[in-house]
Design a protein around this ligand. Structure first.
Ligand code: ZN
Length: 196
């Protein structure tokens, strides 16, 4: 996060206000419908309908309202204020389109803390791509560009535990998005990647 963004996060109005309630509801629903549309294009109908439903459960929804930002996930602000996020702990354990769902902890791992990333099944890699594109679109609005999902990944890539095969696949599709766009990428995923 840049210093400017940090200032914006700190300045955001926290609280269970009607404004935050309405805006958070609109943001997560807009995001969910967009991911649903992308999932349908890839032939992932069940995932398109069920995507992120846990965001409407109290732990995620109420923390999302309280820490509403609009230009970024409220989890960022919740973490900044509490040191961790209850909403995220609730979310990552229930949603298979997040690589964090697929991280185990073992004594034999060579990574710090015993982190043991498992390879993500293809249908969840596909949903993760849809999720990242939709998040970039919702948070960037009219400033969105096809390279945004890749740009976001550049910030995190050296700090996240990904199975090597999952990493390769994610990077492959982020590059494809940047160069060929959404329509091409989602078609490619439906016709080639998910057919294997
Ligand atoms: Zn999610």
């Amino acid at each position: 996060m840049t210093d400017e963004e940090l200032k914006e996060v700190q300045a955001a109005q926290k609280g269970y206000t009607p404004r935050n309630f309405i805006k958070h509801f609109i943001t997560i629903t807009h995001h969910k419908l967009l991911v649903g549309k992308f999932c349908f294009r890839m032939g992932l109908y069940k995932q398109g309908i069920l995507h992120d439903l846990s965001k409407y459960m109290p732990t995620e929804f109420l923390n999302g309202v309280y820490y509403y930002l609009g230009f970024k996930s409220p989890i960022v602000s919740e973490r900044l204020n509490k040191g961790y996020s209850d909403a995220w702990l609730h979310h990552k354990g229930r949603n298979k389109h997040h690589y964090e769902y697929w991280v185990d902890f073992t004594r034999t791992s060579s990574l710090p803390g015993g982190l043991t990333p498992i390879r993500m099944p293809r249908k969840y890699v596909a949903e993760m791509i849809a999720d990242r594109v939709a998040a970039s679109r919702v948070y960037h609005g009219k400033n969105y560009t096809p390279g945004d999902s890749k740009a976001f990944y550049q910030f995190e890539k050296n700090h996240i535990p990904l199975h090597p095969k999952t990493r390769k696949e994610l990077e492959f599709f982020l590059n494809m998005l940047e160069k060929k766009g959404e329509a091409y990428t989602f078609r490619w995923i439906r016709e080639r990647y998910l057919k294997k």
